[in-house]
Design a protein. Structure first.
Lengths: 112, 115
């Protein structure tokens, strides 16, 4: 198993453009999480899936953000009409119950 | 609401010296506690976790942590640090229901190793 995989590693976009990130979790993990991390801060929870169901969304997740996990496998996080404040590292993690979260290397988003 | 405090933003330690990173949590029930390490531009790697049982837990890379309920603390220790330990360290707390709403992280402690 190769761990949690995220693509792309880096994304530079202009304000107002849409971006989409992909996460491939560890294959036997049924739980998948998205976090956002800004410089000098710890990761902040965005949303959580159990299999294909999105069970929890943070207030941080504005209506410009949408996440999907079709068929309970990979997940995508889309940000529409990006703003400079969206610049951050977007981290994906997966887990099975009582095992802790296993993180990918993240996607670094820069909005110009 | 659960929260985590890491009082030290930066810590500098000489190579070969011992290390203790502090973590205090606030949680209404029995917490699940974690320590993660993050190198620049990378994701987080799980060092160790506490769910129940023995309050002294061993992790990877020679790290250990001790859960003290009376002090609401979960401090990370290592008897002798190596230059490769320089990184950002995050303490996190999760709910005992198994993480349905993920983990709450502290703001991190940046560890600097002096030669």
């Amino acid at each position: 198993d190769t761990g949690v995989s995220q693509d792309p590693r880096h994304k530079i976009t202009k304000r107002g453009q849409n971006v989409t990130f992909r996460c491939d979790p560890i294959s036997e993990h049924n739980r998948l999480y998205w976090y956002r991390q800004t410089l000098g801060q710890g990761p902040e929870f965005l949303t959580y899936f159990q299999n294909e169901a999105q069970l929890e969304k943070s207030r941080l997740l504005s209506d410009r953000f949408s996440a999907e996990r079709p068929k309970g496998s990979f997940s995508t996080l889309e940000i529409q009409r990006t703003e400079q404040g969206d610049s951050a590292m977007y981290l994906c993690a997966s887990s099975i119950i009582r095992d802790g979260l296993f993180f990918g290397s993240g996607t670094q988003l820069s909005v110009l | 609401a659960q929260s985590v405090t890491q009082p030290d933003i930066h810590i500098t330690v000489s190579e070969g010296a011992s290390l203790e990173l502090r973590c205090n949590y606030s949680y209404g029930a029995t917490p699940y506690l974690f320590w993660y390490v993050q190198s620049p531009g990378q994701g987080l790697q799980l060092l160790l976790k506490y769910f129940s049982g023995d309050t002294l837990v061993q992790g990877i890379k020679g790290f250990e942590a001790e859960f003290k309920r009376s002090q609401s603390s979960f401090n990370l220790r290592k008897p002798s640090v190596h230059w490769s330990d320089a990184a950002e360290y995050f303490c996190a707390v999760g709910n005992s229901g198994g993480g349905a709403d993920g983990l709450t992280f502290g703001k991190g402690t940046h560890l600097i190793i002096q030669p």
